[in-house]
Design a protein around this ligand. Structure first.
Ligand SMILES: NC(=O)C1=CN([C@@H]2O[C@H](COP(=O)(O)OP(=O)(O)OC[C@H]3O[C@@H](n4cnc5c(N)ncnc54)[C@H](OP(=O)(O)O)[C@@H]3O)[C@@H](O)[C@H]2O)C=CC1
Ligand SMILES: O=C(O)CCC(=O)C(=O)O
Ligand SMILES: [Mg+2]
Length: 734
């Protein structure tokens, strides 16, 4: 809860590249903020931190930590919340298991992850680990809808310094493949509840009724969907696409969101692994079962389990020889698309492929046209239309393209991204029914064994807040604004029934269009190609997809986005960009002590957070600090101080030096607050005078391996040594 002890701003402790960056940036932020009496606390939402916090009973007193996610989950429901949220790992099972292993190696007596829990104890442990799995942080903190856009300065910079775009040709063989039936899209039904209700979900079979879930409660006005994916249709589709890909001579790729869709998508991923190795599963399925093979965990874990079985290994090699080449995560290390379910995540993977002219990396470490398999057809048309557009029109020109902003329905676990507690792999053929407390059957589907059934919901208050946020944003921008909703889709039709009356009532209906995602994609691409801007007002999944897609095309990366969550109870949550925790960057740092992570997202979020604090608490010094951050961010862009990708060139640490310097200079220069100016003048001077030494000390550290003392649970002193190697800079900051 927000109380007198709650720091003014909470900066989250996370994982991978952003956490490494924090080791260098946070001391600077704290020093500067303290000058305005602003305290900056931290809360640990890292994967390792969440694991440790979940098993106090297994740990010693000194090892235990508080459940910071729970604390933050409460804080974001209060008006005083001011949280800077960096990207964290949404763990797949292989990542979760690796983190547990690392912690065990550090002396944390944590239970192993039970793959197949048999006893009651194992089931309890598994249930606890399942709360940590996948996207377990963002949905808890996102008690508001999403406003993501490129700050004007960032967009202007991208137009003045356009990044390289891959060429699109009319004869590109790259395409999107999705199911034409039997998928979530084609089976969806939806209804809006006219009263508060509690529901249970049951499976009726020839042998009786099994309760899949009960006590699911919804407030009045909730839009409740239900749908399923047919396992049989999915397998037939995957088998056909593998063959078609081979015939077309392209790379085979699968793009899922196994992290946020943590129940359904690992299962779909597992189907792809099984189809890819079908003859092996047909012949050795029982033996692989005995060995504990779980296809949902990916090819990497599978190969590990069967590595001492020469017959199976040979069968795998034989099958692989008959398959088309696969899209690779790391061809040097032989890591394929199907190795780990969280290595290829659709929001980032599809835009990068499209930015590169429709090319993916193959096993030969060369780029090739690619078949992009996205089984469910709900949102695949967005990528399909984008690819078709660029094939016909040629690549986008970032120097002249307009921008696409997003207003996303996200609050209170809206839509598919909140559906995992009500998603089930069907154990036996029958009928799934969703039954309300008065006995009404709200939805029902005939299903077969292995089908994936799910229900998603969106609540009334978040939907109304989202429409109003869109109205405010359109008013501020005055540009095209499109609700990406398909009147022929069951769920979207229910949303449209909310949207239209609010637009009418506010007298702004003429300023908005409502278009299906496929049509909206084409319209939006035409708009930005002509140099104009558009606001995409979308549901939760398209919020996620589009806030990577358009930034990656327009700015080369989504890391520089302004990402504001206006919390529904009045607080502010400031996300740092729209991207993730960039694991590849950590690999590079560990190998050659170069961190290419760009902290521009952190800078943008910090500026917003300080200005929000100024408004909320009447703290004018915080406003001056925030304006100083904006000036420093501008300085970073104007002087090209963002990190380079190559070892030996300036990296993340250098950019933090420049950020501190520009920030201090702006604060020393301003004349609204003499006290602040006097405080920062000598700091600015010291940073200017120390430039040569600081840059030399930073440069000196590159080019050799860096020891972090861990991956998921690093050693703070070792990380500080790597990330703060400049004695001269540290003396000024400390
Ligand atoms: N808000 C959140 O908490 C989010 C968390 N995630 C999590 O992040 C992890 C990685 O996801 P992934 O799909 O690989 O997506 P990422 O966005 O982390 O990485 C994809 C690529 O984007 C580029 N990139 C991202 N951020 C930056 C940055 N600040 N500076 C420079 N380049 C950047 C990098 O490209 P290059 O390699 O070319 O440098 C990177 O390899 C997963 O565990 C996922 O669950 C993902 C999205 C959001
Ligand atoms: O929570 C996650 O797993 C990822 C979130 C994400 O990709 C986004 O919000 O853009
Ligand atoms: Mg995303």
């Amino acid at each position: 809860m927000a109380d007198s002890k709650t720091p003014d701003i909470i900066y989250t402790k996370v994982d991978e590249a952003p956490e490494l960056a924090s080791a260098s940036l946070l001391p600077i932020i704290r020093k500067f903020a303290a000058a305005a009496g602003v305290s900056v606390g931290t809360r640990d939402i890292s994967l390792a931190g969440r694991i440790i916090a979940t098993f106090p009973e297994a740990l010693s007193e000194e090892q235990r930590i508080t459940d910071d996610l729970a604390v933050l989950g409460e804080l974001v429901k209060t008006p005083g919340a001011n949280v800077i949220k960096l990207p964290n790992i949404s763990a797949s099972v292989p990542q979760l298991v690796a983190a547990i292993k690392e912690l065990q190696g550090q002396g944390y007596a944590l239970p192993d992850y039970p793959y197949e829990p048999a006893t009651e104890d194992e089931k309890a442990v598994r249930a606890k680990y399942d709360t940590i799995k996948g996207s377990a942080v963002n949905p808890v903190l996102r008690e508001g809808n999403s406003d993501r856009r490129a700050a004007v300065a960032v967009k202007k910079y991208a137009q003045a310094n356009p990044h390289r775009m891959g060429e699109w040709t009319k004869d590109s063989k790259t395409r999107v493949a999705s199911m034409d039936g039997g998928d979530f899209s084609s089976n969806e039904v939806s209804a809006t509840l006219d009263r508060a209700a509690t529901a249970k979900i049951v499976l009726e079979t020839a042998e009786g009724e099994t309760v899949l879930k009960e006590g699911v409660s919804y407030p009045a006005g909730t839009v409740v969907d239900a749908t399923y994916m047919s396992a049989r249709a999915l397998d037939a589709f995957l088998a056909e696409e593998i063959e078609k890909t081979k015939a077309e001579g392209t790379l085979f790729s699968l793009h899922m969101k196994a992290t946020m869709m943590k129940v359904s998508d690992p299962i779909i991923f597992g189907h792809a692994v099984k189809q890819w190795l079908k003859p092996v599963f047909d012949q050795y399925g029982d033996r692989m079962d005995e060995l504990g093979v779980d296809p949902n965990g990916g090819l990497g874990a599978l190969l590990e389990k069967v590595k001492d079985e020469p017959e199976i290994m040979k069968a795998i090699e034989d099958v692989r020889a008959t398959r088309p080449p696969m899209y690779m995560v790391n061809s040097d290390k032989g890591i394929t698309n199907l190795h780990v379910p969280s290595d290829v995540i659709i929001d980032a993977s599809m835009p990068a492929l499209i930015r590169d002219g429709g090319k993916g990396w193959g096993p030969d470490n060369q780029q090739h046209d690619t078949t992009c398999v996205i089984p469910d057809n709900s949102y695949a048309p967005v990528y399909d239309e984008t690819i078709k557009f660029f094939k016909a029109q040629g690549k986008l020109n970032p120097a002249t393209a307009g921008t696409v902003q997003n207003i996303g329905l996200m609050a209170q676990k809206a839509e598919e991204y909140g559906s995992h507690p009500t998603t089930f792999e069907i154990p036996q053929a029958g009928t799934v029914k969703m039954i309300l407390d008065d006995g009404t059957v709200l939805h029902q589907h005939e299903v077969e064994k292995g089908d994936i059934w799910r229900s998603a919901s969106a609540r009334k208050a978040p939907i109304e807040d989202w429409v109003n946020l869109a109205i405010d944003r359109q008013k501020a921008e005055g540009c095209e604004a499109i609700f990406w909703l398909d009147e022929d889709r069951a769920h979207d039709a229910e949303l449209i029934r909310y949207v239209k009356p609010i637009l009418e009532e506010k007298g702004v209906a003429s300023k908005f269009r409502i278009m299906s995602p496929a049509k909206a994609t084409v319209q939006t691409l035409k708009t930005i190609t002509s140099g104009k801007n558009s606001i995409a007002i979308t549901g939760n999944v398209l919020r996620d997809y589009l806030t990577d897609l358009f930034p990656i095309l327009e700015l080369a990366t989504s890391a520089k986005m302004l990402s504001i969550v206006k919390l529904m109870n009045g607080g502010g949550l400031f996300e740092t960009g729209a991207g993730g925790s960039a694991p590849k960057h950590v690999q590079q740092l560990m190998e050659e002590s170069h961190l290419r992570w760009d902290s521009l997202g952190e800078f943008c979020a910090l500026g917003e957070s300080l200005k929000f604090l100024a408004d909320a608490r009447g703290n004018e010094k915080a406003r001056i600090l925030g304006e100083g951050v904006d000036a420093a961010t501008q300085g970073i862009l104007d002087h090209d101080r963002s990190p380079s990708r190559k070892v030996g060139e300036p990296d993340n640490r250098d950019s933090h030096y420049w950020f501190a310097r520009y920030w201090a200079e702006a604060l020393a220069r301003q004349d609204k607050d003499g006290e602040l100016a006097d405080f920062f003048a000598p700091i600015a001077e010291a940073l200017v005078d120390g430039e040569k030494d600081i840059l030399a000390e930073l440069a000196e550290t590159q080019g050799k391996p860096a020891d972090l003392g861990g991956y998921y649970h690093t050693d703070a002193d070792k990380v500080a040594a790597v990330m703060r190697p400049s004695k001269t800079l540290n003396e000024i900051i400390d």
